[in-house]
Write a protein that binds this ligand. Structure first.
Ligand code: SAH
Ligand code: SF4
Length: 360
C-alpha cells in the first residue's frame, strides 16, 4: 500500500489539487482547509459538513500529523517551552513568551544550525536537517492546542498573537519550507496570523534577504552583534562569507522592496569586553548612517549555557550603549530575558537528541 499523503504543509494550490484528485468541488478544499487550519481539527471523522464518502477517502489516503510533545516546561515568568519530536525522531524546541494579554510564539526552522555562531547553544549542535513546511506549521498548531485558540480567534483577543522565527536554525538556509509555512500560517481562511505580526530573524544570509520582502512580506530582524567585520567574523563565522558591506546592501534592497515594515530590527548581543564599548556603539551609528538604513536595535543580554565561554556585559555598560544609540535617534531597548530558569531564552534552545551527522 502506498504511503498516506501529509496534508499539513501543502500550499493552498497543492491542497486544492489533492481535493480535486478525489473528485470533489473546489469549495470542498476550502472547507477542509478551514477544518484543519481554522478549527484545528486533526481527525477527518469530526469534519461534519463533509460527506461520509469524502471523509472516508481522506482517511484512507491522507494524514494530518502534528509533532509529538516530548516534554513541556513552564517557567516562573510563565514562559512555556516544548520539546517536540517529528516522525523520524528528530527534535526541536519551541517557546511561547506571554505578555499580559498577548504573546509571541518562537518557532524553529531546522534541527540544529549550520551557521555555528560561537555564542549560540543551537549553533554548537551542527545541522541535522531542515524542517519541512508541515513541521513548521505543525509546531505553531501545537502551541494553539495548548492555549485552546481554535477556531482562530479574532486578532485582538488572541494570546498567541505574534510569531517570531527565532528558534533553532537559520530560516534563510531553509527558504522554501519556511516561506511556504509562513504563507500557510498567514492565510486568512485558516490560522490567519497577519504578516505584520510575524518577524523572521536571520544571521545575515545576504542573497536571500531581499526575498523576505519581495516573496514573503513579513518583518525582518538581523542578528548583527558587531559593528565591524573584525569582531563579527570572530563571533559569527558566516560573516567571512557575507561581510558587513554585502549584508548592509542586502538590507537596503530589502527596504526598497518592502511595501510596509521597512524598519529592520538589528539584534545586538551584549558580550562582555567583546562588542560592548561605546566605541562599538558609535561605529554602529556610523554604519547605519553610511548605508541609510531605517534601523531599530534590540540589545540582548547574553544568556549563558553550559560550556559557553562568553560572559554577559555588565548592566551599566549595556545602559550606556543603549543611551548612545537612543541619543542618535535609534530605538534601542534592552530585551528582558525570559524563561532563563528553563533554558528557554534566546540562544539557549537545543534538542536533546544529538545530531548524527552535519549536512552541507
Ligand atoms: N538563526 C537566526 C534565528 C534564531 S537565533 C538568527 O541567528 O537570527 C535567535 C536570536 O538569538 C539571534 O539574534 C541570536 O543571535 C540570539 N542568540 C543566540 N545565542 C544567544 C545567547 N546565548 N544569548 C542571547 N541571545 C542569543
Ligand atoms: Fe544558528 Fe541563529 Fe544560533 Fe547563529 S544564532 S548558530 S544562525 S540559530
Amino acid at each position: 500500500m502506498s504511503e498516506k499523503i501529509e496534508l499539513l504543509g501543502l500550499s493552498k494550490e497543492e491542497f486544492a489539487a489533492e481535493v480535486a484528485k478525489l473528485g470533489e468541488k473546489p469549495f470542498r478544499a476550502k472547507q477542509l482547509w478551514q477544518w484543519i487550519y481554522n478549527r484545528g481539527v486533526g481527525n477527518f471523522e469530526e469534519m461534519s459538513n463533509l460527506s461520509k464518502d469524502f471523509r472516508a477517502k481522506l482517511a484512507a489516503g491522507y494524514t494530518i500529523t502534528r509533532p509529538k510533545i516530548v516534554t513541556e516546561q513552564i517557567s516562573k515568568d510563565k514562559t512555556h517551552k516544548w520539546l517536540l519530536e517529528f516522525a523520524d525522531g528528530q527534535r526541536v524546541e519551541m517557546v511561547y513568551i506571554p505578555e499580559t494579554d498577548r504573546g509571541a510564539v518562537c518557532i524553529s526552522t531546522q534541527v540544529g544550525c549550520a551557521v555555528g555562531c560561537t555564542f549560540c547553544h543551537t549553533g554548537s549542535q551542527k545541522l541535522t536537517r531542515n524542517l519541512t513546511a508541515g513541521e513548521i506549521v505543525g509546531q505553531f498548531m501545537v502551541a494553539r492546542d495548548a492555549y485552546h485558540e481554535w477556531p482562530s480567534p479574532s486578532d485582538e483577543t488572541r494570546y498567541l498573537s505574534n510569531i517570531v522565527v527565532m528558534g533553532m536554525g537559520e530560516p534563510l538556509h531553509n527558504v522554501d519550507n519556511v516561506f511556504k509555512a509562513l504563507k500557510i500560517i498567514s492565510d486568512g481562511d485558516g490560522i490567519a496570523i497577519s504578516k505584520r505580526r510575524i518577524t523572521l530573524s536571520s544571521s545575515g544570509i545576504a542573497p536571500k534577504i531581499p526575498l523576505v520582502a519581495s516573496e514573503l512580506g513579513v518583518r525582518l530582524a538581523i542578528s548583527l552583534h558587531a559593528p565591524n567585520d573584525e569582531i563579527r567574523s570572530r563571533i559569527m563565522p558566516i560573516n567571512r562569507k557575507y561581510g558587513i558591506d554585502e549584508l548592509m546592501k542586502a538590507c537596503q534592497e530589502f527596504q526598497k522592496q518592502a511595501s510596509w515594515g521597512k524598519y529592520i530590527t538589528f539584534e545586538y548581543l551584549m558580550l562582555k569586553d567583546i562588542n560592548d564599548s561605546l566605541d562599538c556603539a558609535n561605529q554602529l551609528i556610523k554604519l547605519m548612517k553610511k548605508y541609510k538604513i531605517l534601523a531599530k536595535f534590540n540589545l540582548i543580554p547574553f544568556n549563558p549555557w553550559p560550556g559557553c565561554s562568553y560572559e554577559p556585559s555588565p548592566k551599566n555598560k549595556v545602559t550606556a550603549f543603549s543611551v548612545a544609540l537612543e541619543k542618535s535617534g535609534y530605538s534601542a531597548p534592552v530585551r528582558v530575558a525570559r524563561g532563563q530558569d528553563i533554558l528557554a531564552a534566546c540562544g539557549q534552545l537545543k534538542s536533546q537528541k544529538i545530531a548524527p551527522k552535519a549536512q552541507d
